[in-house]
Ligand binder design. Structure first.
Ligand SMILES: [Zn+2]
Length: 107
């Protein structure tokens, strides 16, 4: 039954890629369950494409817009790397937020 094993392979691939989409979405600051589910229901490829088109939330979260040139620079930056604008030292933000999530749920 070569047909059956081929279908099984496709099914495994479908699930595998859907899980990867979910993990990828999570890395981009989005919901794992939502995107893994979306990939399963619609199509892993299609949801992957949608994910590419959407803005990376984590990327935006760690950035601030320069008031002078409006470019995005890192949140911790003191000087804009585009135009050299000096940001005023932020008060009360001494402690850098290190909320790195343990990614040990995948073995
Ligand atoms: Zn600037």
């Amino acid at each position: 039954m070569e047909n059956n094993s081929l279908m099984l392979l496709q099914l495994v691939l479908w699930f595998g890629i859907s899980l990867l989409i979910g993990l990828w979405a999570q890395k981009r600051g989005r919901s794992f369950g939502l995107w893994a589910g979306l990939a399963l229901i619609i199509s892993p490829l299609l949801s992957g494409l949608i994910l590419i088109c959407l803005k990376n939330l984590k990327y935006l979260a760690g950035k601030k817009a320069c008031p002078r040139c409006a470019e995005l620079v890192k949140q911790d930056a003191l000087v804009c790397r585009f135009c050299g604008y000096e940001f005023q030292a932020q008060q009360g933000l001494h402690e850098t937020q290190s909320k790195e999530l343990p990614q040990s749920n995948v073995h």
